[in-house]
Design a protein. Structure first.
Ligand SMILES: Cc1ncc(C[n+]2csc(CCOP(=O)(O)OP(=O)(O)O)c2C)c(N)n1
Ligand SMILES: Cc1ncc(C[n+]2csc(CCOP(=O)(O)OP(=O)(O)O)c2C)c(N)n1
Ligand SMILES: [Mg+2]
Ligand SMILES: [Mg+2]
Lengths: 336, 322, 336, 322
């Protein structure tokens, strides 16, 4: 199977869906690039290059560079989805939720419910998230817990190129609004990715690794860290299951609960800010529904309650690490 | 071009329906049967009516918290609306939306909206659909004078301009946002000039004059359909009731409100103008009044009698699939 | 002691602080009312009347009605706080976070950190929240979990008039940005409230009721429900402690953990949407730090994962109820 | 009024400092020592310099992601800035902010800002402080051509107008927002007219001409200080480097970039104009060049040698008290 980067996998999914379905359009800042300029067109292809090539193939009518007005164009995506298109809009960084959140949380999320089931809002909001590129407090947040909090939105966090392609294809075909998280540091990650289109269903966790002692649940960028930590601990004879829920909404509670019922121990690794995050969410579900199976306190591996710092050493200390996960594994094993 | 007779009668029917609907909701609200915030459109009928009657099935409307008039004018079922406002299961939105969220996509009504300024981006999106899918349709977005200052409105004017989207921006200036005067809140005091600052041609009209609104909309719609992008209309008129039911409008000076229903009434003006000459017969209009009265009566009787939503619907329609 | 409403208590706190400190100003839509109009001035006093009387006393220079531009005036509050004022801005309903969130989550929350400790941002954002007034999906949300998620913000949720006055006074005197939640249905609640100013410190939970069997943690509007449920269960011989943390950020983890260590059972009652909410947050903290003390699964009493519906019967079914809390108490007792 | 000699020398010194600072950051970035996104202000010096040198301690500036120039011109310590950009503990923000968040409240620099359009509301707030506390101060908000369309900018223009706030809105139009041309993105293509749509008087100037910027700012600042509320200046110029370090600017047509440093250079123009007649001596300017060169050199040497932040600072300064 051909090896592809996260960027290529995303690009392929979007390209294939645009070929398949003429109602799929793209909206975002510099997703082609060079709009109105006299030089190279498609000069950017999105800030990390994932939409490169789409404008030359599908034209500016279907790949729309936008002015910097997130409320207007994300809202336009919502309105277009109500009226026959399947827009894929890019909110460049999820940190920009603050300038266009209403169209996401109060409009596209709620149309269907408020309108008594009459509306269908098939749109995707792609967005970058996560620390590790030295971009500091306003370009490094995760914020998927805030989005997961809102009923009516689906939330996808792919953890690898293969996952990215299948989940993006599903997101575009899905009839509900989907917020699709792409980690700032993962665009050059590579793995085998089939050429043909495929979908990965929402709400079905992936078992990355199986082990009898501890269940580790992790998202996106953190799935790799969790696997590395688990592999290293296996050398000490501790066997961990690593689960990647893929989507936080819907969440595959059953898979998590079933696993904890087997292992009796849970660690949740979450790159998002610690308060009211996904680590807490999953911990609470397990403390409610698999309590009897628990042999140890539930550990959450999370960054501190602070904005993301700029300096490289601080940023590194901020991000949950393989060592941090290993320490948590030791802790839950020591206390069993 | 002359507005022909059926068109005039239709315009009158819509205005009358809105007026009676709102007068009746006002009464019913006082009996305590209607929950939530209710914002009435009475006094502003000419805008929704004269504009929406020139729209077709392929055209869409995004509305405001004061959305009953737009919904009626765009063709939403009046009985379904009344049931919705009463919170009934057979309401237009299954009782889940209420007054501030009335919508019916089947007739191109993209929703009243509880968030001030949220409608314009949505209208841009619908216009983008029309343009991309080449339906020939256009979008109208109704904007209050308060909403006009909201960043979403400015952004949408800009977006509609740079994409040449078929959007008609309609500023419904009733003089107030809640209790705040639009003569204060709109910096520069010249909305048409502001629209021009976004490259959008606009015009100002008296919103108590059905004919003036009709003409301005006609011209704008024609231009938009010819593919030259967005247009803007600034409509000035009076809201008869408070901001929402319960508000006494004490911030309005007495001389402003004293005779407003006498001197600032689009329906009266319409009657005087159309029946003074030979355009329409008084009997025709009287007949419409009767029919509308019966319709509104029936809608309230049915709404009162209709069952509340089944509790099982509390968690349906959050998603299409989950 | 005089009996005062929630509205009066808030009004008094703001009035007294404005009298005490000339740098305190108010900003918001119709917080006086009648701006630019020829009729009655101070006609509104805020949408629920809490700021009535302030403009006549302090003038339009210190009580500023604003155009409907939340980003501009909440951002102005942030900028004013950086430069010598202590603004109290009203984001009328917390549902409007989507139109001005950036100035809250990326600006006022992060100034101090991003600027290396040089900034001080003493501002308060007052906001209405909560279901129960038939205002449907866009005027009934709680959203305090989303705000609590953001490092740099303090989050206050008063549960009664006495609490409201003391916490508001503290909020205005506090040197960090504070988001202050006022429940839509509580403005006419009454209790004894002293005339003189007093502060209630942030991060110190209030013990509403003591009991040995179950710890119930609840916020704002839900504190009353929890107390009612606990009182009723006492007739069956089940004794509950009810804790009101008052602030979700900072959160009095110690008080919660200490209580659970005594009772061994935890219920969290949260009116906010269930995913990544405060109920999950507190449950996770306890599952991590008081695990050994737990005798039963942690129960969360929350609304369903749906927008807030309009119809009165649906809305009533949506809001966590006294009966729901009682059922949770029975459940954790039955399973002990 | 003539601009006097010390003022001119000061203006030149600021421009030169910005230019050298940016040229040097460009070089250092390529060595891989500087993390994150870095947006350089080279080519745009006249704006920050000619405007900020007319401000005093009581005046404030809110900036953009391209903020180095504004920070230098408003008086931020250059060495502290360089250390900050290198992520050092002794940096102006303790290494926690970096290039996009440089701020120093002590000199009225309210922060570069990573969120496009976020600066103007903050400037309105600072202006409100000045007005309320009667400091006599004013606020300048720098806005990119991309940011100009953002709703926050429109809202702020409106707010400043209705409150008559002492705010100078400066549109820094370098022709592009990332790769998107401002000739496309600004609907109506006439920013001054847009400002007028908010009731704000404005003017357009060539941003390569220090004197033109100075004069426009002088007039605007005088008007603002007289209490007549906000003003607007549209400055057009060229950014020499890519949008951020790493961007090759391939979307710019070749004929536009070919000779831009030769023909569109505020520093060269300044030298030619001031030394051609009898205003300034070449030696004076050369001396400044030398001093600035030494300063920038030293700032890099010190930044490289400076320690990274102590890990304990990761969680400090989130709150003042918690
Ligand atoms: C974003 C937002 N801000 C504030 C409100 C509260 N609010 C509801 S209607 C209204 C006044 C709107 O005035 P205008 O746009 O003139 O419309 P009108 O009510 O006059 O029809 C306000 C402030 C809201 N619903 N949404
Ligand atoms: C709200 C928001 N949207 C998008 C971005 C990404 N972004 C950073 S700079 C930039 C271009 C800004 O262009 P302009 O305002 O012209 O300033 P310039 O870079 O030309 O100085 C964009 C789109 C952002 N940082 N914030
Ligand atoms: Mg109005
Ligand atoms: Mg630019």
């Amino acid at each position: 199977m051909p090896v592809k980067s996260f960027r290529e996998a995303l690009n392929e999914a979007m390209r294939d869906e645009m070929r398949r379905d003429p109602t799929v359009i793209m909206l975002g800042e510099d997703i082609a690039g060079g709009m109105g300029a006299g030089g190279e067109q498609d000069a950017w292809g999105g800030v990390l290059g994932a939409t490169k090539g789409l404008m030359p193939e599908f034209g500016r009518e279907r790949v729309l560079d936008t002015p910097i007005t997130e409320s207007a164009f994300i809202g336009a995506a919502a309105g277009a989805a109500l009226t026959g298109l399947r827009p894929v809009a890019q909110m460049m960084f999820v940190d920009f939720f603050g300038v266009c959140g209403d169209q996401i949380m109060n409009q596209m999320a709620k149309f269907r419910y408020m309108f008594g089931g009459k509306a269908k809002t098939p749109c995707v909001v792609r967005t970058l998230y996560g620390a590790g590129i030295g971009a500091a407090s306003q370009h490094s947040q995760c914020l998927y817990p805030m989005i997961t909090h809102i009923p009516g939105l689906k939330v996808v966090i792919p953890s690898s190129p293969y996952e990215a392609k299948g989940l993006m294809t599903q997101a575009i075909r899905d009839d509900d609004p989907v917020i699709f998280f792409e980690h700032n540091t993962m665009f050059d990650d590579k793995e085998e990715v089939p050429d043909e289109p495929y979908t990965i269903p929402f709400g079905v966790a992936r078992t990355v690794r199986e082990g009898k002692d501890v269940t580790i649940v992790a998202f996106g960028m953190m799935v790799g860290h969790a696997k590395t930590a688990a592999d290293q601990m296996a050398k000490d004879g501790i066997e961990c299951t690593v689960l990647d829920p893929r989507t936080t909404s819907p969440l595959d509670e059953d898979a998590i609960i079933a696993s904890v019922k087997k292992t009796g121990r849970l660690i949740v690794v979450d790159e998002a800010s610690p308060r009211c995050g996904m680590a807490s969410d999953i911990s609470a579900i397990v403390a409610e529904h698999a309590f009897e199976a628990l042999k140890a306190p539930i550990k959450r591996v999370m960054p501190p309650h602070s904005p993301v710092p700029f300096a490289s050493n601080l940023e590194k200390a901020y991000i949950p690490s393989v060592d941090g996960i290993k320490a948590a594994i030791s802790a839950v094993m020591g206390q069993s | 071009m002359k507005i022909d007779k059926p068109e005039l009668l239709e315009g009158y029917r819509i205005m009358r329906t809105i007026r009676d609907f709102e007068e009746r909701v006002h009464k019913e609200f006082m009996t305590g049967q209607i929950p939530g915030f209710v914002h009435l459109y009475a006094g502003e009928e000419a805008s929704a009516s004269a504009i929406c009657q020139q729209l077709g099935d392929q055209d869409t409307v995004s509305s405001t918290h004061r959305g009953h008039g737009h919904a009626i004018a765009k063709g939403c079922d009046v009985k379904g609306m009344m049931k919705e406002i009463f919170g009934r299961g057979e309401g237009l939105c299954g009782g889940k939306g209420g007054s501030m969220h009335i919508a019916d996509l089947d007739v191109g009504m993209l929703g009243a909206n509880g968030i001030v300024g949220a409608g314009s981006p949505i209208a841009c999106g619908a216009a983008l659909s029309a343009k991309t899918l080449k339906t020939g349709g256009l979008s109208v977005t109704f904007i209050g004078d308060g909403a006009f200052n909201q960043g979403t409105t400015s952004e949408s004017m800009n977006l509609a301009r740079v994409y040449d989207l078929p959007v008609l921006f309609v500023l419904e200036d009733n003089g107030y946002a809640e209790s705040t005067s639009s003569s204060w809140s709109i910096g520069g005091h010249n909305p048409v000039r502001r629209a021009e600052g976004f490259g959008i041609e606009g015009t100002r009209v008296d919103g108590h004059d059905y004919f003036a609104v009709y003409r301005a909309a006609e011209e704008a719609i024609k231009a938009i359909r010819s593919g030259t992008g967005p247009r803007f209309i600034h409509i000035e008129f009076t809201r008869y009731y408070g901001h929402f039911e319960g508000d006494a409008s004490s911030y309005k000076p007495l001389d402003e409100v004293k005779d407003e229903r006498r001197y600032l009434d689009a329906l009266k003006f319409f009657r005087a103008r159309t029946t003074g000459g030979k355009m329409l017969k008084t009997e025709d209009l009287d007949a419409i009044d009767k029919e509308v009265e019966a319709l509104i009566d029936a809608s309230v009787v049915e709404a009162r009698a209709a069952p509340v939503p089944d509790l099982s619907t509390l968690t349906t329609d959050v998603y299409l699939s989950y």
